[in-house]
Design a protein. Sequence first.
Length: 431
Amino acid sequence: MAINRPKGTEDHLPALSPKLTLDVSAQAHGWLVEKARRVLERAGAQRIDTPLFEEADLVKRGVGGSTDIVRKEMFTVYYFGDHGGYILRPEGTAAIVRAYLQNGLKQLPAPLKLWTHGPMFRAERQQRGRLRQFHQVDYEVLGSTDALVDAEAIALMVGVVRELGLTGVRVKLGSIGDPEDRERYNTYLRELFTPQLERLSDDSKDRLTRNPMRILDSKSASDQELLAELGVKPMLDFLGEEAGAHFRAVQAYLTEWGVDYDIDPSIVRGLDYYRRTAWELHHEGVGAKSALGGGGRYDGLAQELGSKEPIPGIGWAFGVERLLLALEAEGMALPEIAGPLLYVAALDEVNVPHAARTAMSARAHARAEFAYRAMKPAAAFRDAERRGAHWVALLGTDEVTQGTLSLKNIRTGEQRSLAAADLATFLQEHA
Ligand code: AMP
């Protein structure tokens, strides 16, 4: 029986694959990451890569033991049969902060801007836009509490969206304040919900003791009805003086730079190490419940991971597949196939090695391919065309003995003869 890929995973396919769509096009993934890289590296972000699996404790502390990710969605890595102490990473931030601490990156000039791209793993229930292996572009800034850093991070996310040519994206901005602000808010929520205990979903009863703010995030329809009925005040009403000033400063920078945003009081983050600014980017094409990406400040995370001193941080992640779905919804076509600049075919079997050698030496200057057997001109042109080639060189015995190449431009029909010695210059001129 044929073996299929695991549920919730995707193959990223080459151009011209049957039934190719943008979100599974390997070329589209590469194109998108390259665009993001340019935007981020121009802003001074440096690439960092961490392992795909980490100590289970890092994930539990870094993502939060009470989150769905840790409770239900972690892939445990077993090796030699029985270890089980490693987890496939569900997100990038915890590992990047671990790497920062472990490798002494604090010695680099602060704030340190880092970015990465790669697969993330969550054992989610399968549905549109929700995969078990998906990909993120991730940006993190360590070593500054300045509101300017927050605003820049959001502006960079919008910068990536613009670079991709996406238009229908909305930034939803909120603040979850400082820990003491959240404590006051949680007290308020406990007082509000305790008399309604019986009406809360089981998950939310649990949240009421551990982390009342997460009730606001509940996916249960009856919880959401209750929330509407009670007219719960937003976290924003509980911001202390400093967190309030920080939030206003972030908004002022964004306004000054022409970055549009909507204040969204419903944005919450359940974990203690999150502080102040939190935001999400949304797009109609992927549905209201599925964000393109989100970000937040996490000044308490480094200490949670064992740092003796606080290292402030802020970061965001885009879901690459979600961005591609949004682009598809906006009508973006598949990227054009990038064919070889030169395709060399021999007309006789005896000249096949010469054709191969010609193409291989051309590779110092351009993409070049060759035919693996002798071909008649019509067949060679057809094959070259299917591969998206620009120029075809046909090699007969005359060309080989005279040291020339007969070139034809497949797209324009232009023909010319060239001394083999001039091929490098020709390719450089036409690259
Ligand atoms: P999070 O780390 O949960 O804040 O997710 C950041 C972004 O990653 C989300 O906004 C999505 O775009 C993407 N993402 C998260 N989980 C999944 C998933 N299971 N499948 C596809 N994309 C996801």
